[in-house]
Design a protein around this ligand. Sequence first.
Ligand code: 13P
Length: 254
Amino acid sequence: MNANRKPLVAANWKMNNSVAEALALVEEIKRQAAEIKGIEIVLCPPFTALPAVSNAISGTNLDLGAQNMHWEKAGAFTGEISAAMLRELYCHYVILGHSERRTLFGETDASVNGKVKTALASSLRPIVCVGETHAQRQAGKTESVVSVQVREGLNDIGADQLAAVVIAYEPVWAIGTGKTATPRQAQEVQAFIRKLLEEMAGARLAQSVRIIYGGSVTPDNARELFREPDIDGALVGGASLNAESFLAIVKSTG
Ligand code: 13P
């Protein structure tokens, strides 16, 4: 953590929770989060639960995000959701380029870049996910893989706009596996990402961008991760499906 950047903890519910389940979970989170200040807490439910969750968190200290969107404004794109549709539901964030979307649904750095541009043009803050596979780490390619993802995913975006971007470093081998990156491993890559941002847009901008960590974050390992200077929060999957564990992670930022 760094006092100059506001911590951000986001819940990525993935393809979990019916509307009723989402509402029950939100009520619990709302209750437990009411006193928390100085941390951005973002809930990213599946599309179907966005309207209900949006309504339920209105006027609270919780914010809303989506898990994906399309890069075009509108048109014949069956099954897709536009930035304007998300804005209409008071979404302020959108997760883009999650590794599950890259590996299972063919997302590329070019499509991520298109989505980031459209999100920014629509006043949605993108949470751009990057990270290497186990094989890439073993082959010593972590920095080159992450470098391509960051440079191409954020290609042609002005420094003023980059300030609204959040980067989530999510090593693929740590997602849903219970194998968290050590604080040192995560810090190394996140400091590297900040250096890349500095090369791309200058030191001032690089210092202002939140870089969060994702991959098997739990109440047991969060505090240690957040002690690192370049870890500004977390993108939480499994542990965000339970109010108690999610809030314990949120509180570990303080
Ligand atoms: P887990 O926390 O379940 O490992 O998921 C991480 C993730 O993919 C968040 O986007």
